[in-house]
Design a protein around this ligand. Structure first.
Ligand code: IPM
Ligand code: MG
Length: 362
């Protein structure tokens, strides 16, 4: 039966990179390797411009009805003056909350071909294969109370609340432990339990939940140390599990280990396996419309979608192999360019992945 994919390209480079990902989907569809129906909807700044709302109800409803959502990126300077409730980012956060996408998987893999593109020494990052499991629907992102209030003195005060319930921590830890069982069985839970009660509870629940996974080696790290260890010796990690805000920060940090934030896909899953798939990079307004953005993170997000939501692991593996092949061919977008490689634009990179996929079939 055909699966429904809702495509929300978003803002900035979103439409450019999503167009390349759709080419990849089209090839697999034409071959009969997958059976999908694509629908399109607006989110973020694009939706605000059209409807005055970064997450129109029609988009949320279409997302709920879909088997999977493919998202580009949201945001840009144009919408920065808007109140937070109308900002493009609210569209993305509303999709995450509305679909209950609590488990965000952010793999950071160093392709050997890109060892020179990392700002870290090749020997520090060579062979890196790390999975960050970020809780995505709780924490200070959604905690109440929040806002900016005016004190009787006339001074204003900004408030956000870091909050986690035991069940929220338990379910994300279970996701991390299950993933680690298929990897090296090592999980590092990241918290700030020396200062924040919220994460003291996080640590307690992580330890308790780990009792159900006797094969897992669980360790704990304070977030400041984890950030330092990520750039000092990143290969010590197998799976990291952490809350929403720490995961946001650590995953950007981890992305640069791999050469470029333009390479990292992500999957955000709910309890029923429905998912949203997006590159972890943003809308990059500075390079939007110039045809130079790296589409590989979005194309690799399609691979994650095929694996996690569409039960097409073979097609997923083929996409990943096609990406390796274009890197082997020496093709590089500007963000991953290094000496001796051939610089290509967004469309040329997408075409090269398509060609590699086709070459794999014949
Ligand atoms: C991410 C992004 C988002 C986040 C923004 C765009 C709301 O940085 O997906 O990491 O903070 O989660
Ligand atoms: Mg982020």
């Amino acid at each position: 039966m055909s699966k429904n994919i809702l495509v929300v390209a978003g803002d900035g480079i979103g439409p450019e990179i999503v167009a390349e990902a759709i080419k990849v989907i089209d090839v697999l569809q034409a071959e009969g390797a997958i059976d999908v129906t694509l629908q399109h909807a607006l989110v973020g700044g694009a939706a605000y411009d059209a409807f005055g709302d970064p997450l129109p109800e029609a988009t949320l409803n279409a997302a709920k009805a879909a088997d999977a959502v493919l998202l580009g990126a949201v945001g840009g300077p144009k919408w920065e003056p808007l109140p937070i409730a109308k900002r493009p980012e609210k569209g993305l956060l509303g999709l995450r909350a509305g679909l209950g996408l609590f488990a965000n998987l952010r793999p950071a893999i160093l392709y050997p071909q890109l060892a020179d593109a990392s700002t870290l020494k090749p020997e520090i990052v060579a062979g890196l294969d790390l999975m960050i499991v970020r809780e995505l629907t709780g924490d200070i992102y959604f905690g109440q109370p929040r806002g900016i209030e005016t004190l009787p003195s006339g001074e204003r005060r900004g408030i956000n609340t870091m909050v986690y319930t035991e069940s929220e921590v338990e379910r994300i830890c279970r996701v991390a432990f299950e993933i680690a069982m298929k990897r090296d069985k090592r999980v590092c839970s990241v918290d700030k339990a020396n200062v924040l009660e919220c994460t003291e509870l996080w640590r307690e629940v992580a330890i308790k939940t780990a009792a159900d996974y006797p094969d897992i080696t669980l360790m704990h790290m304070y977030v400041d140390n984890a950030a330092m260890q990520l750039v000092r010796a990143p290969k010590q990690f197998d799976v990291m599990v952490t809350g929403n805000i720490f995961g946001d920060i650590l995953s950007d940090c981890a992305s640069m280990l791999t050469g470029s934030i333009g390479m990292l896909p992500s999957a955000s899953l709910n309890a029923s396996g429905q998912g949203m798939y997006e590159p972890i990079h943003g809308s990059a307004p500075d390079i939007a419309g110039r045809g130079i953005a790296n589409p590989l993170a979005t194309i690799l997000s399609v691979a994650m979608m095929l694996r996690h939501s569409l039960n097409a692991p073979d097609a997923a593996a083929r996409i990943e192999a096609a990406v390796v092949r274009v890197l082997d061919q020496g093709l590089r977008t500007a963000d991953i360019l290094s000496a001796g490689m051939r610089q290509v634009g967004t469309v040329e990179m997408g075409d090269a992945v398509v060609a590699a996929l086709n070459a794999g079939v014949n």
